[in-house]
Unconditional design. Structure first.
Length: 390
């Protein structure tokens, strides 16, 4: 789960990370009031779950309270389109009005999970303000790393080493060490999958401030981080993914293709997407239904797939172990009879109770195509999608 910038800054500030003075508002009049309280130039920033907000027109400078009101009027209600959102953009329902700061230097710091070492890693670069992915490709030697040992935690000497590597020495050393330690503690205490400050700025008067912040919380930690999950902004998330979660389907991810996939098992789901691409198509989603021995669960998943306007064909690819293929077949028949998947539907069943599953499909008289093999199912789905596109 992602948090907005203002929410991330509140979490970090509560643990000692210095942030600019400001407040989130939802009306132009309130933006004017906050700018008046700050009594100086401000920046008005769209609150949306995307980077590149400035290039999309979502960040504006204002010298006066009146200009802040005008900036908020222009930003609030817009669909913010950036390189990360796609052409549909994201709605902007709030803006963060903050003091403008005089910047002397920009630095990148963050904490992520590094699968190569199997633990969280604090990373930093003196070249702040750039996307970390770009830094990793172009001058990777500028990125410095310090792993967080699960038993020892993030040690003070690691914070000092990283601060020196980032050029934060002298009078900046002590506040830099405190900030890096707070960043690591936030990551662990809030069950984060990402904490990022980009840029962390050194101001002209010698302060360290988190000028921007991103924070993502592990979805599996919702029972421990209830207060944070209450701040979730569902309007910023993909509609189908939200509907999947509401229906108890935890393993659905919307993709950009035209072939809807219902599969049991993450490995089989990945292989199915590979087979679709090998056959010349593109998957519209990742959906691992798991051990779904309930026709209702299958029907709910197919309702989700069928409601996706991008889907032109549906591939049901099941290898039943603990999952029973006859139950899957019942769910497919039900979804077809209810009109939930009007798209051409290809079904490949193998494994537990496969004879019963095939019989259920054949006797139901619904419009499905049975595939005998994995590759055949992918090929038929790609062909059906191509006909639908034509």
């Amino acid at each position: 789960m992602k948090l907005h910038e203002y929410q991330a800054k509140a979490v970090l500030a509560a643990r000692g990370v210095p942030v600019p003075v400001g407040r989130v508002v939802r009306t132009p009049a309130d933006a004017r009031a906050v700018a008046g309280e700050l009594a100086g130039p401000v920046v008005v920033k769209a609150q949306a779950h995307t980077g590149g907000r400035g290039r999309g027109g979502g960040v504006r400078l204002a010298a006066t309270a009146g200009e802040a009101e005008e900036a908020a009027s222009a930003i609030l209600g817009m669909q913010l389109v950036t390189e990360q959102t796609g052409p549909g953009g994201l709605p902007v329902d709030s803006v963060l009005v903050e003091e403008q700061i005089e910047i002397a230097r920009e630095i990148y710091v963050g904490v992520v999970i590094d699968n190569a070492v199997g633990m969280p890693v604090v990373i930093g670069s003196a070249a702040g303000g750039m996307e970390i992915e770009q830094l990793a490709e172009e001058p990777p030697e500028q990125i410095h790393r310090a792993p967080i040992d699960p038993t020892l935690g993030f040690m003070p000497y690691q914070a000092r080493q990283l601060a020196f590597a980032l050029g934060l020495d002298g009078e900046l050393l002590r506040p830099a060490v405190a900030l890096l330690e707070a960043l690591a503690h936030t990551f662990l205490e809030a069950d984060c999958s990402l904490v990022e400050i980009n840029p962390l700025v050194v101001t002209t008067d010698g302060r360290l401030l988190a000028a921007d912040a991103k924070l993502s919380v592990d979805d599996n930690a919702d029972f421990r981080q209830q207060a944070l999950f209450e701040e979730r902004d569902r309007a910023q998330e993909d509609r189908l993914e939200v509907e999947a979660q509401d229906a108890g389907i935890q393993n659905y991810v919307k993709l950009g293709g035209s072939i809807g996939c219902l599969v049991n098992g993450a490995g089989l789901a990945m292989a199915t997407m590979d087979a679709i691409q090998y056959a010349g198509g593109e998957p519209a989603n990742f959906l691992d239904i798991g051990t779904a021995n309930s026709a209702d669960a299958v029907t709910a998943a197919l309702r989700l797939i069928g409601s996706d306007a991008d889907v032109r064909a549906v591939l049901v690819n099941i290898f039943g172990g603990l999952a029973r293929t006859d139950v899957i077949a019942e769910g497919v028949v039900r979804a077809k009879q209810m009109g939930l998947i009007p798209q051409p539907t290809i079904v490949r069943l193998a494994g537990t109770n496969v004879a019963d599953g095939r019989r259920i499909l054949d006797e139901a008289g619904v419009d499905v195509v049975r595939a005998e093999g994995f590759a055949e199912g992918a090929r038929l789905a790609v062909e059906a999608a191509a006909r639908g596109a034509g």
